[in-house]
Design a protein around this ligand. Sequence first.
Ligand code: GLC
Length: 581
Amino acid sequence: MNKLKWWQTAVFYQIYPRSFADGNGDGIGDFKGMIEKLDYLQALGVTALWLSPHYPSPMWDCGYDISDYEAVAPEYGTLEDFDRFLQAAHARGLHVLLDLVLNHTSDQHPWFLESKSGRNNPKADWYIWMDSPFPSGEGPGGEGVPPNNWQSCFDGPAWTYVPERGQYYYHYFMKQQPDLNWRNPHVKAAMWKMVRFWLERGVDGFRLDAIGTIYEDPALTPHRVPLDLAGLRHLADTAQTPAEKKRLARYWQEMFRYQWGGPGLHDLMKELRALVDEYPGDRLLVGEDDNIDYMGNGDDELHLVFNFPLMRTERLTPGWVRKNQAERLARLDALPTRGWPCNTLGNHDSPRLRTRYGDGLHDLQLARLHLALLLTLRGTPFLYNGEEIGMTDLLITDPSNLRDTMATWYYRALVEDLGVPPAEAALRAGRMSRDKNRTPMQWRNAPNGGFCPPEATPWLPVNPNYAEGVNVEEQDADPASLLNFYRRMLAVRQATPALVEGEYRPVHERARTYLAFLRQTASQTVLVILNDSNRRRRLDFSSLSPRPGRLIFSSQEGAPATCDLGRLDIAGFEARLIELF
Ligand code: GLC
């Protein structure tokens, strides 16, 4: 496996710093806590970490609104703590990616405070400022109307008026996250300086936040959806018929299409890639985007983009996965320098894997099956903290407990603008909020799930199911637990070259209730069978080889060590891996 880079053989684990481990007992995760858990992560078998933002921030968007790019949020620790963390991670062979938020800063960042102070300061052009097309207007502050009808994807209009300048600034996300003007060379220079700051400290690369939003349509073309954001979200909650759902999908696409992927991004990514390549150690760039175009020729822009289309479904059926793989791999293979895949089934923005893809009856079996899928598909997998113990979404129904500003905004819009009764609005806001999948890690069956001391108040409520076995300590001691399943599967993947570097070849492509594929190198062929139903079945793979196969792994106890390919008895929801000869 020598020719592969570290990030091609890696399994990544996303740490959400605020919720991972509280080392100082204030109810908020921190670097001290993360350092204490590095042994746990190493023993789990992951080889690389991605940290969601750890920078100082007013926390309107939980750290994705950065007010100082070259420091550490005081509640998480100090720069020295960060350095200790990085060193301790490296000492255990764990690579570390940081979250790089390029599109926007916090509205409390000194750059923005200066920029908004008037039209003639040195940073006046660091953000996207526009006049109103009808300046004499009747807006609430006498400010006229916004430059166009663009919406923020988080909280209403994408333009916010600043009286000091008599102008609007643009924000794709919430108004506390003004978009930087990347067409200004000084912005670029300041951001590249910051990138070097972290590279010089030794980080192994970056996950590029919302990278497609950097450049908008320079003509500011208005969208043509007859709704605003609240109306669209309302439709998303209430659409029932296929026609309504189709309309909804079209509207989502239409509403934001001029705010994404504007000209210039390829050049920018090339520039960033060249910068990162100046440093030794194959530093990595992973885009929070599914657009393979941002990989350039496969070797001159981003190293990886996420295969988000895989997770955009309520059920990971065999047909869905096959189609996804056929499309993605063909596109990656077509790049002049062949592209490498990157798969994930969950992160801090999406419902938890066990909740999302469960059927309410076999959730834990499905969680195992889906991990097996993620670790056997071709490409680098990303896991999300808490997934390994089967953490579930926690529905927060009291709006005062919500911390995700997108959801508090939605609650208000539902009640005040759309006249939805408060109890129903609270439920709907809780469901759309990302808090549900960001609750603190459950370490023990103890008050606050062992995340923080009993007397501390965790920053988000802890899911009470820590008392029902969803915690690390109890699962650690139980060989049959999900946690130990994760450990076994991770070990098997790392010990099986075909699973890391092998080609993917689907077999039995018409099967509707199980997924079967080969992973193949010149010297090893592995057959992967994932039974997506609770029915035991007998399968015949004798056309693949006349010889018996060797069992590499089964999620089921008692699977025979030697497998007769003509008569394979596969249990309900079993994941079975067989080496072929
Ligand atoms: C990305 C992050 C998300 C954040 C947004 C704005 O999508 O994953 O959490 O709110 O960007 O930075």
